[in-house]
Design a binder for this molecule. Structure first.
Ligand SMILES: [Zn+2]
Length: 555
């Protein structure tokens, strides 16, 4: 016995552990006097479990924002899903879907709210101030929809030692060893043959995209047992050792006998059965194709191609003793995608467009993790083309001021660029307690300490003083704390879409992002209060940019 107080053993420390990202139970030894107190506390302490259906009623605003974010991430395992999730938020807020291929002359007007997508994986949303005139400023927040992942190869069918395996290609700079021993599944888009095109010859079909998310764990990349592998550094070979298992070949043999007839595409109307590529059923395991087809709501024979990636079925959740963390995949950069879209939606509610002479815009791009150079990445013409089209939207006649004539249409684009501003929003590194020496000693951002301004003398980040002045003004009014980050001189530095877009457009730019740990791991850690900070900051920036723009006098 320890000392002379009465002790008793109680089995009660069962923290139901969505919040701790794993079941955590145990036995504690308490003084008898503590038992009654603990029992009382147990009756009044709510369970630390929050699901997507948790009601945000009487919850703090910051927790409600964090829970909404969890729903967003859980619904968005790929950029296609992230764009669909963002579109749902924008639809609900009354933004109208427009298309780049259309003429906007009769649709996009001052006072209106719109969004468009490119490739289904990048999304741009904007709200036009009612007092807009050609050449006026555009306040912009840019983020990205993609995250490092494993993508199913064009020919994925593999078997080894009786296992069904699925060939995968690495996308971006993932912390690949974190993908071992996770409950993996697949999600992405499937292009399917559907009906006959109107007015087309009989047999001609349309090809449409369907989103797919298989909600059960179907794959795993198992570690090698420690007994067979005594190395201290675990650095798997990305071609040979990062290959998931998806079942046992014996089961597949039975399935493939049934599946093969339906996997054949229908014969062409003109009797020509020439196939330029090997059949999908030859390139991928039939059971895998059947599952994907089932999720897409089509027959296997309708699938023409797909872009599928692996994702962890473990749900994003709050964590920590006081729910101060978010344990989640894809914090980089769905956090900034979610917060920028919500900031835009919120700005239209808190500061209506009636008195605004600017455009408030959010652009979330695919392909940042691989350098942004694609038709829908930040290094494409996506943002320049949209800015060009927006810069010449005629103002509503009632709002034109008699004292200043509207700019000539042929310089409106350049005038808009020189008065606009971009917040390049991408996640930042929070200080890690076990690796503090890796951080510059005066620049270790804290989780829940607010968005981090990222600065780099060598322009890996685009931040400069006029931007910091502007952001501070916004943050002061919004009561959002900010933090500063630079890397050590002997450390490599990441980069963002900020330098790419600022160089391409000549637009003033600032790089910032919420702090997080374990960037590019399959399971990252962020701060739950930081979600609402960022939404408030972006709301404040988009609402007040027009007013602040003219007060920062640097040309
Ligand atoms: Zn990022």
């Amino acid at each position: 016995m320890l000392g002379w107080a009465a002790f008793t053993t109680v089995n009660l420390l069962q923290v139901n552990a969505n919040a701790l990202a794993g079941q955590f139970s145990g036995r504690v030894v308490l003084r008898a006097s503590q038992v009654a107190r603990t029992a009382r506390a147990a009756r009044v302490t709510p369970r630390l479990r929050y699901s997507s259906s948790s009601s945000p009623a009487n919850m703090s605003q910051s927790k409600a924002a964090a829970l909404e974010f969890l729903d967003f991430v859980n619904a968005s395992p790929t950029p296609y899903h992230a764009v669909a999730s963002a579109s749902r938020l924008l639809d609900a807020a009354g933004f109208a879907l427009i298309r780049e291929r259309d003429n906007w002359a009769s649709t996009v007007k001052p006072g209106g709210k719109y969004y468009l997508t490119r490739n289904g994986s990048s999304v741009v949303a904007f709200a036009v101030g009612a007092r807009w005139q050609p050449g006026n400023p555009i306040g912009m927040v840019g983020a990205h929809t993609d995250s490092p992942c494993l993508r199913v190869k064009p020919v994925s069918k593999r078997t080894a030692k009786g296992y069904i395996q699925v060939g995968v290609e690495t996308y971006g700079g993932g912390v690949w060893h974190s993908w071992f021993d996770r409950d993996l599944s697949v999600a992405g888009r499937v292009l399917v043959r559907e009906g006959a095109a109107e007015g087309a010859a009989e047999g001609a079909a349309n090809f449409v995209q369907k989103l797919v998310k298989v909600d059960k764990p179907i794959m795993r990349i198992p570690h090698l047992a420690i007994h067979l592998h005594r190395q201290t550094n675990f650095d798997p070979n990305k071609e040979d050792e990062l290959l998931p298992i998806a079942g046992l070949a014996e089961a597949e043999l039975n399935k493939s006998a049934d599946a093969s007839p339906e996997a054949q595409p229908p014969p062409a109307a003109d009797g020509d059965d020439f196939q330029p590529l090997k059949q999908l059923a030859e390139r991928h395991h039939p059971a895998f194709l059947s599952l994907v087809a089932e999720q897409a709501g089509v027959d296997v024979s309708q699938i023409v191609d797909f872009e599928l990636v692996l994702y962890d079925t473990h749900q994003s959740c709050l964590g920590g003793l006081n729910d101060e963390f978010i344990f989640s995949p894809r914090l980089d950069n769905l956090t900034m995608t979610f917060c920028s879209i919500q900031g835009l939606i919120s700005s239209v509610r808190t500061a209506p467009l009636d008195n605004d002479a600017s455009i408030r815009l959010v652009a979330c791009f695919d392909h940042e993790e691989i350098g942004s150079c694609s038709a829908h990445g930040a290094d494409s013409n996506l943002l320049p083309a949209i800015l060009r089209r927006l810069s010449v939207i005629p103002g509503s006649s009632s709002s034109s001021s008699s004292s200043s004539s509207p700019p000539a249409a042929d310089t409106a684009f350049e005038q808009t660029l020189s008065t606009s501003f971009l917040l390049s929003a991408d996640m930042a590194h929070a200080v890690h307690p076990n690796y503090a020496a890796k951080y510059e000693r005066n620049h270790g951002p804290a989780l829940n300490g607010g968005p981090v301004i990222k600065i780099n003398a060598n322009q890996r980040y685009a931040t400069n003083s006029p931007g910091i002045v502007l952001l501070q003004e916004v943050a002061r009014a919004a009561r959002v704390p900010l933090q500063l980050f630079v890397v050590r001189n002997d450390s490599p530095c990441g980069s963002t879409i900020g330098p790419i877009l600022s160089a391409k457009l000549g637009v003033r730019t600032l790089d910032l992002g919420n702090p997080q740990l374990a960037m590019h791991s399959i399971r990252e850690t962020g701060g739950s209060r930081d979600v609402e900070y960022a939404v408030r900051l972006f709301d404040g920036f988009l609402s007040r940019f027009c007013e602040l723009e003219g007060r920062i006098l640097v040309d």
